[in-house]
Design a protein around this ligand. Structure first.
Ligand code: GDP
Ligand code: IMO
Ligand code: MG
Length: 435
């Protein structure tokens, strides 16, 4: 029995998809536990590149059972489209290998319309959401008026609930935001169709995960988003509306406190990025930003997987990384995109903040408002070598190893793996040939 959890330590897009792909080769069950199709997880296998938004990335491995946990908000239209996309790529997706929790919530066109209306109403203070209806869907969940996957099993009742939901949304759209109302009957009919298609997949995802653990199997929890986007632990209010941090795997899958081994893997980009608004102490602009972001010429350049927006970029923030270690209970780090740093003469890394004239290494009141903090950076020597072909720790340039050692030192947890390109095999394990 092993529970493995993959979480992003930053603001999302750390490369979780490719790390999950690696770990899923040994997992029996792969499960998403939070968020919805705001996520965009890239997995590259040879000439095929998969961009997954709702389905677990581990599903690409034919042996794994995929679960969509109760902590998720699911847009059935996106889900059906993604299932078809995988099938077209030759991956089997059927009820024997995919279970959708009856208790997950549904995202409707009403939630998407409200997401857009709320963002326009925020004006300059906008969050920069993905526009996928995430916040409004979780709002309905918390207000105890949401539509759940289970509701799809009773067509007459589902139609009634859907009509009432769209009617409520229309009242808000017209009354509060002067926006166009939605077509109640068209949406109700559309969702009846989705209910028919998804019915065979509805089940008790939590029980399947618990049974697998009890049978001594490996369950891999795939976090979406990242620690600093967590509703409670992140840079509130510039966060998402779910719990991406590792404890979210328990509530989001319906698991109790585990009594067996737990491995909590924090995925850390070797620098730092953010899409959307909110604080970012180590952010850089101008030529340095262009260098880190890329021009869009490479598929891995820093443009959003889900929205195509250019990502804000900056240097690795050790203060926030230490915070991520604490709130997730990380047992190890996997560092991605180290190849991108090749060629830089020096690499700054933030080790502390300057605050009210003194240097601090931990945040006094968490990461809500980071504007009073000025990053204190140390410059580490860069390296010139192309890391793409490196497969052994000992083959990494000395300066690259020193940078990884610094990350381990600042965070207080070991770096167990580094990736040097987006391809499945472009990884270097520390265990392999520890020097
Ligand atoms: P996720 O949301 O955490 O799964 O990350 P995304 O898929 O949104 O963004 C990560 C991007 O970086 C994708 O385009 C990946 O193909 C790419 N990527 C992942 N690891 C590496 C790496 O080691 N090197 C390079 N160059 N690209 C990588
Ligand atoms: P993955 O899983 C990066 C960001 C949005 C916005 C904020 C709130 O690919 O790492 P939302 O639509 O969730 O209400 O938007 O959260 N955001 C992400 N940023 N990667 C993601 O997912 C994200 N999911 C949401 O840009 O700032
Ligand atoms: Mg992403």
């Amino acid at each position: 029995m092993t529970l493995e959890i993959v979480v992003g330590t930053q603001w999302g897009d750390e490369g979780k998809g490719r790390i999950v792909d690696l770990l899923a080769a040994q997992a029996d069950v792969v499960a998403r536990y939070n968020g919805g199709d705001n996520a965009g997880h890239t997995v590259t296998v040879g000439s095929q590149t998969f961009k997954l938004h709702l389905l677990p990335s581990g599903l690409i491995h034919p042996h794994a059972l995929g679960l969509l946990g109760n902590g998720m908000v699911i847009n059935p239209a996106s889900l059906i489209q993604e299932m078809e996309m995988l099938r077209a790529a030759g991956i089997q997706v059927d009820p024997r290998r995919l279970v959708i929790s009856y208790a997950a919530h549904l995202i409707t066109p009403g939630h998407k319309a409200l997401d857009r209306a709320l963002e326009s109403a925020r004006g300059a203070g906008l969050i920069g959401t993905t526009g996928r209806g995430i916040g409004p869907a979780y709002t309905d969940k918390a207000a105890r008026r949401g539509l759940r996957v289970l509701d799809m099993l009773d067509p007459a009742e589902f139609r009634r609930k859907m009509r009432r939901h769209i009617h409520d949304v229309n009242q808000q759209l017209q009354g509060l935001y002067a926006a166009e109302p939605l077509e109640v009957e068209a949406i109700a009919a559309e969702f009846e169709g989705y209910a028919v298609q998804l019915k065979p997949y509805i089940g008790d995802a939590g029980a399947r995960a618990a049974d697998a653990l009890a049978a001594g199997k490996r369950v891999l929890g795939e976090g979406a988003q990242g620690t600093l986007l967590d509703l409670d632990q992140g840079t509130y209010p510039f966060v998402t509306s779910s719990t991406p941090t590792a404890p979210g795997v328990l509530t989001g899958l319906g698991l109790g406190i585990p009594h067996g081994p737990v491995r909590v893997i924090g995925v850390t980009k070797s620098f730092q990025t953010r899409v959307g608004a909110g604080p970012f102490p180590t952010e850089v602009q101008g030529a340095a930003a262009e260098r880190l972001r890329g021009t869009g010429a490479n598929p891995w350049d820093e443009y959003g997987t889900t929205t195509g927006r250019p990502r804000r970029v900056g240097w690795l923030d050790g203060v926030l990384l230490r915070y991520a270690v604490r709130v997730n209970g990380l047992t190890e780090l996997m560092v991605t995109k180290l190849d991108v740093l090749s060629g830089l003469p020096a690499i700054p890394i933030c080790t502390a903040y300057r605050y009210q004239g003194r240097q601090i290494e931990d945040l006094p009141l968490g990461p809500s408002d980071l504007s009073p903090f000025e990053p204190v950076c140390q410059e580490l020597p860069g390296w010139q070598e192309n890391l793409g072909p490196v497969r052994a720790w000992g083959e990494l340039p000395t300066a690259a190893r020193a940078y990884l050692d610094k990350i381990a030192e600042i965070s207080g947890v070991p770096v167990s793996l580094v990736s040097v390109g987006p391809e499945r095999d472009q990884v270097v394990l520390k265990e392999k040939d520890r020097d």
